[in-house]
Ligand binder design. Structure first.
Ligand code: CP
Length: 327
């Protein structure tokens, strides 16, 4: 059985690099198509021929569980051939540049490169120089993780029925979070009211500097910042806890881990200040007991497992749209 009810909005996109260049209509089309893909994932036989004959490479220079495996599953459910490539064990170890790696994959007739790279901007370099390949950013440095943001948007829209007007609190290590940066674009473009919370040292200074000087029409003009989580979480519809990136705390950003947990951990007590039925989300991987308590992570409000499931559907929708132009 083919995939049903796919929306044709935003045709012509070749790459997914971040959400800053997506219109609200294009985001909505991805979310609509993701719903059709969730239906495919609910079938007994999860296989449709939509991408037969297409080849996808996942090119990961950094570790991943969710993103990499969900892209692989997404491609396979759609009958694409999926090849996984890591820096380790490839000619990258012999010094091959990112650009030469991309050109080599293009010369082999690959249709899509899904890339995760520690350097911000790496997917943009490939997109600029490859003319026969679609590039999907699966996380670049501290910059962006657009497919995570799309699955977050999809999860919220499915669970709460809308995005517009919702209060979304993103809390924790915003400074080092590419997820937070893409979520900001996504939620703001879809009309949600975003508040960033966390220690002042872990909020992005470039954003704090320009905050208040953005014209009212700017997508991020409505974003609030509040270092007091108890106040920020009041009346929230969605609370997104971010991983404290302990590998990036050498700059002395925190007085102590104990202080961080005391002031910014999402606990049952804090979540009770949000709206009844508020969603607790986390992009993963989690440090349970640090940014989120175990009770909250596995409690009734948690949408974390659904985020993971929805990640497969959203990536199916994106791969389908990019490779068929049938957005
Ligand atoms: N959320 C996310 O990107 O998880 P992985 O690092 O496991 O892919």
């Amino acid at each position: 059985m083919p995939v049903g009810n796919l929306t044709a909005n935003g045709a012509g996109r070749r790459h997914v690099l971040d959400l800053d260049d997506f219109s609200p209509q294009e985001i909505a089309a991805v979310l609509d198509n993701s719903r059709a893909m969730r239906e495919v994932l609910g079938r007994d036989i999860k296989k449709v021929p939509a991408l037969r004959g297409r080849v996808i490479v996942t090119l990961f220079y950094e570790a991943s569980t969710r993103t990499r495996i969900s892209f692989e599953e997404a491609g396979k459910v759609l009958s694409a051939d999926v090849i996984n490539m890591s820096a380790s064990g490839s000619s990258v170890e012999k010094g091959e540049s990112l650009l030469d790696t991309g050109l080599t994959l293009q010369a082999m007739g690959i249709n899509v490169i899904v890339i995760r790279h520690p350097h911000s901007g790496a997917p943009y370099l490939l997109a600029r120089h490859l003319d026969r390949v679609s590039v999907v950013n699966a996380g670049d440095g501290l910059h962006a993780h657009p497919t995570q943001a799309l699955l977050d948007l999809y999860t919220v829209r499915e669970k709460l029925g809308k995005l517009e007007g919702l209060k979304v609190v993103i809390v924790g290590d915003v400074l080092h979070s590419r997820v937070a940066r893409s979520d900001l674009w996504g939620f703001a473009k879809m009309g949600a009211k975003v508040t960033l919370s966390g220690p002042a040292t872990l909020l992005p200074p470039e954003f704090l500097r320009c905050k208040g000087r953005l014209p009212e029409s700017h997508a991020l003009a409505s974003v609030q910042v509040d270092t007091d989580l108890d106040r920020a979480i009041d009346g929230a519809d969605v609370v997104m806890a971010l991983r404290l990136q302990s590998e990036r705390q050498d700059g002395g950003y925190l007085p102590s881990l104990r202080e961080y947990v005391r002031r910014w951990q999402v606990t049952e007590g804090r979540l009770s200040r949000a709206r009844p039925g508020a969603l607790l989300m986390h992009p993963g991987p989690m440090n349970e007991g640090i940014e989120v308590s175990a009770a909250v992570a596995h409690g009734d409000n948690s949408a974390i497992q659904e985020q993971v499931t929805n990640g497969v559907a959203v990536r199916m929708a994106l791969l389908y749209q990019l490779t068929t132009g049938n957005t």
